[in-house]
Design a binder for this molecule. Structure first.
Ligand code: 9MR
Length: 574
């Protein structure tokens, strides 16, 4: 008896000691590797940063013949509160030779393969854009474009009901309208105007900012070879849906097109529950106005190939704006019988600013200028409910034409301050990134931070912005606290179980490629209650299908990824 008690006592003591000696967060962390690095490829001319575990004190690279080409003692370990662990930086930027290398770590018997090869980025950039095609509603996804991920058409959306929340005298409840095309928002099968606003704009921005790159980039979609850039054809597929969400009777815009409940995990063509347009909202009208005004202006170079489109966009934008002026506080309220994504936002100051900026740039009217001056606020990292910075991008892209009073607002200074702050945080961060707060879709925040930096790089030519954007991409490609490469189909430690209905139901082991997973955050643990999951925000990610809060994909997350990949591919290819 005494012996049993004594052993129990020692077991308890040792367990407590063991727990106390462990670093915070390591009890349930996600990465076990001693090396965190970009698992896809480093750019020959770019910065090259890897992270090693605290106990690793020598980092060596061997070329493909086994010859040592680089050796360094990692920097002293630094603790990151977001990940709850300490890592040591290794900067091997001096290695500029294209090739495949073996990483040897002293203090660990792991071996890793690493590539230096800017050329590899063309395939990744194409894949991230192709993901939008693979998420199209309404048309069959054909084998010649989709390979194994071909599937029948889902959701024609030519027979959509006006929901009670959106009904009025001219379109009473149950009225049938047609609202086809567009992309599925995410892992669910619904379509949301608010989220389409930032997504489609971000792709327009990519097109305008990397025009010659996208003139050439073909991704093998049905429209390839039509004379329009594939990126443009892809975003038009969604823009045409967005335009159909306006009520022609009053200019108001439905918030979303959705089933009542989320569909099950079945293929798109098997998800056939009735679909509704739900509630007009001020947020939808302003997003719609901003996007269609931006499209009217930014599609001007293709107006001959797209007869009538820019004019339609202009009229649609103005009518949506007028409706918003007449209904300035119609915040989206989820009706009791609808349970799909809300995209609810009670602060529309940034939406007013963005829409006013786009409409002002389109037609120069003082009325828009006044609103944009009134709603001017400091830019932030964009997200679906924070779109101030999208207005900054547009104003800055036409900066030379702006009147003094707009320049005097500080548009350029404030934007560059944001970029400089982000770059500084990244330099000082133990993980070499700007992200500090991990929200739902944290990976898209990293991608949007990279986008801000590339835009700042274009404005100033300062290499620090370019380098910092590369560092953001490295994070996405594996140099993060989970050790996962967050783009489906790529990397050595891959994600497999995205929360995405077609990927789950298609019977193919590999997930549909080119999608950015939402990424770590602590927003909710209810989606996979039994999963082992870190309580540190930067590590709190699980590659499980149930994990809609960390492992879903979404169009607004892929769009800044496309921007970042295209922007870097265009700049870094030799
Ligand atoms: O991206 C959205 C995130 O910011 C919210 O916190 C979350 C919960 O409301 O919803 C996310 O958006 C989801 C949308 O509501 C429905 N389609 C899937 C989206 C990504 O998870």
């Amino acid at each position: 008896m005494y012996h049993t008690l004594k052993s129990l006592f020692f077991i308890l003591l040792f367990s407590l000691l063991f727990m106390a000696c462990q670093e915070p967060g390591t009890t349930n962390n996600a990465h076990k590797s001693s090396l965190l690095y970009n698992q896809y490829a480093y750019f020959e001319e770019g910065p090259k940063l890897a992270l090693v575990a605290a106990e690793v004190d020598l980092f060596v690279l061997l070329d493909d013949r086994g010859k040592e080409v680089f050796r360094a003692v990692p920097e002293p370990a630094q603790y990151w509160a977001a990940s709850g662990d300490s890592v040591r930086k290794v900067d091997f930027s001096d290695l500029r030779e294209t090739g495949n290398y073996t990483v040897v770590l002293q203090g660990s018997d792991e071996r890793h393969q690493l590539a230096v090869n800017a050329d590899a980025y063309r395939a990744l950039s194409k894949s991230a854009l192709k993901a939008f095609y693979l998420n199209r509603t309404s048309i069959p996804i054909a084998e010649e474009y989709a390979g194994p991920w071909a599937r029948p058409a889902g959701h024609p959306d030519t027979l959509v009901y006006v929901h009670a929340s959106a009904a009025d005298d001219l379109r009473p409840e149950g009225t049938v309208i047609s609202s086809p095309l567009g992309w599925y928002d995410a892992g669910d099968y619904n379509k949301y105007v608010v989220n389409s606003g930032i997504t489609t704009y971000t792709l327009l921005r990519a097109l305008e900012d990397q025009r010659s790159y996208y003139d050439e980039l073909e991704v093998n979609i049905p429209e390839s070879g039509s004379g329009l850039p594939d990126l443009l054809s892809e975003l038009l597929f969604n823009l045409r849906w967005v335009l159909s969400m306006q009520d022609p009777n009053d200019g108001g815009v439905y918030h979303k097109l959705t089933t009542q409940q989320f569909e099950g995990f079945v293929m798109p063509h098997e998800a056939t529950n009735p679909r509704y347009v739900v509630a007009k909202s001020t947020a939808a009208a302003l997003n719609y106005a901003a996007l269609s005004a931006a499209a009217a202006r930014m599609l001007e170079p293709w107006s001959e190939q797209l007869p009538g489109l820019t004019d339609s966009c202009r009229v649609a934008a103005e009518e949506a704006w007028q409706w918003a002026l007449a209904h300035p506080e119609l915040y989206y309220q989820q009706p009791a019988d609808i349970a799909t994504g809300a995209y609810g936002d009670d602060n529309l100051s940034d939406e007013w600013f963005w829409a006013a900026a786009e409409l002002y740039l389109l037609n120069g009217s003082d009325a828009y200028k006044e609103v944009l001056m009134q709603k001017y606020a400091q830019p932030q990292v964009p997200s679906w409910n924070q779109v101030e910075t999208l207005g900054f991008y547009s104003l800055l892209s036409r900066y030379d034409e702006l009147p003094d009073e707009l320049r005097e607002l500080g548009v350029r200074r404030d934007f560059l301050d944001l970029a400089a702050r982000l770059a500084l945080v990244s330099e000082q961060s133990p993980y070499g990134v700007s992200i500090q707060n991990f929200v739902w879709g944290s990976n898209s925040q990293v991608a949007n931070e990279g986008m801000i930096k590339l835009f700042a790089h274009a404005l100033t030519g300062r290499p620090q912005y370019l380098n910092s954007a590369v560092s953001d991409l490295d994070y996405i490609l594996g140099r993060n606290a989970t050790g996962f490469c967050f783009i489906t189909g790529f990397g050595t430690k891959r994600i497999f179980n995205i929360h995405h209905r077609p990927a789950a139901a298609d019977g193919i082991d590999d997930p549909i490629p080119g999608f950015l997973a939402g990424g770590p955050n602590l927003a909710t643990f209810e989606d996979c209650p039994d999963a082992e999951r870190s309580t540190y925000p930067a590590k709190s990610y699980v590659d499980l299908e149930c994990s809609y809060s960390t492992n879903e994909i979404a169009i607004n997350w892929n769009a800044p990824l496309v921007y970042l990949l295209g922007g870097l591919d265009a700049r870094m290819t030799r």
